[in-house]
Design a protein around this ligand. Structure first.
Ligand code: TXA
Ligand code: MG
Length: 335
């Protein structure tokens, strides 16, 4: 398949969006930016197009897709039941990086839901994503734009490498703002369960539905309800270990002396102590700025696609706020 690659400019935005919307309507695949990571999208009502997503990514069929809408009223096309608590979260966080699991309508294909009776929905805040869904006139099912198991695509060039020839169009609009995927939650009368942590944090969810308790699924041993989490994820090409910044220095030195080539992922604060590991050395940003760290996280993992090492040592972060999502991805990447 020939892939049309376009870089968005002031001048071409309208035209590109129009063409992309036609591709979606005609059953094709379009890679488009969202505020979290890039998505690989197809018309949610077109089974043939949906199947192509799984083929392009090499994604297991039982790993369901997130459906993206551009307007809250489109939710009616996907589910018949929105509870009061779900509505409060929608009002608080949409458009934005929160995915909510609903009971799905019977008319929604099992291909989207991976055979489950539920459907994951979110309304992205990114302008291009919003316009594309609106112009296509249908909700767009879209997993992250990457080959299954690899870090999610957050920059055009990485996506070309993995998906050229497998999709009809790639819309490049620069680096993703957040850099990690949306928070995925399931909610009932008793609790909110975070199936995948993201930029909408536990603390933010607690505020909106107080005193309803919020749990991480991994603490509740409830990951069966999130099929995606059982698969290998975000894997860099070489083995990764996540340890405290104090430990990195010692460990790197010992292993280097044994003749191993060590890669280091760390922050501005520790830049100077690791100069000797150049060029196998990636700075995520300021360690007190978790937004900056999350934005650069997958760039760091992909950096080592082209820097051959025996082991990558990455600095760990405190598991509060966005730090939970960062550590979740790092732990999965190192598993
Ligand atoms: O930020 C994001 O969410 C990005 C952008 C493109 O929107 N999308 C994304 O999609 O990360 P994907 O397919 O890479 O991850 C979807 C996650 C998977 O872990 C999947 O198992 C889970 O959402 N999921 C989807 N539908 C579900 C459902 N009905 N029940 C439980 N988990 C579900
Ligand atoms: Mg993904």
């Amino acid at each position: 398949m020939r892939t049309k690659i376009v870089k968005i400019t002031e001048g071409n935005r309208k035209e590109v969006l129009k063409k992309a919307a036609i591709i979606i309507k005609n059953g094709g695949l379009v890679v488009f930016p969202t505020e979290t990571v890039y998505g690989l999208g197809a018309n949610v009502f077109d089974d043939k197009a949906l199947s192509k997503i799984f083929l392009a990514k090499g994604r297991p069929g039982d790993n369901p897709l997130i459906v993206h809408i551009s307007d809250k009223t489109e939710l009616k096309e996907l589910t018949n039941s929105v509870t009061e608590n779900q509505q409060k979260l929608i009002d608080a966080f949409w458009p934005g990086p929160l995915t909510i699991i609903f009971e799905k309508k019977d008319t929604i294909s099992n291909i989207v839901s991976g055979g489950l009776s539920t459907i994951a929905v979110r309304m992205p805040s990114n302008y291009i994503a919003h316009k594309l869904i609106h112009l296509a006139g249908v909700p767009i099912a879209a997993p992250s734009a990457n080959i299954s198991g690899r870090p999610s695509g957050t920059k055009g060039e990485d996506i070309y490498n993995e998906l050229v020839g497998k999709v009809n169009m790639i819309i490049n609009d620069g680096d993703s703002k957040i850099g990690v995927e949306s928070t995925v939650i399931k909610i009932n009368d008793k609790q909110i369960l975070i199936l995948r942590p993201g930029a909408v944090t536990k603390e933010m969810l607690e505020k909106v539905l107080f005193p309803l308790p919020v749990f991480f699924a991994k603490d509740k041993n409830d990951l069966q309800s999130s099929p995606g989490t059982k698969y290998k994820h975000y894997a860099p090409k070489f083995k990764l270990e996540v340890i405290s910044k104090e430990e990195i220095k010692n460990k790197a030195e010992v292993l280097k002396n044994k003749g191993l080539i060590i890669g280091v992922i760390t922050t501005n604060q520790n830049k100077d102590s690791f100069k000797e590991y150049e060029p196998n050395f990636f700075i995520l940003g300021d360690e007190n700025n978790l937004e900056e760290i999350s934005k650069n996280l997958y760039n760091a993992l992909r950096f080592f696609d082209t820097h051959k090492v025996d082991l990558i040592l990455c600095q760990s972060f405190p598991e509060v706020g966005l730090g939970v999502a960062i550590m979740d991805r790092l732990e999965r990447a190192s598993a």
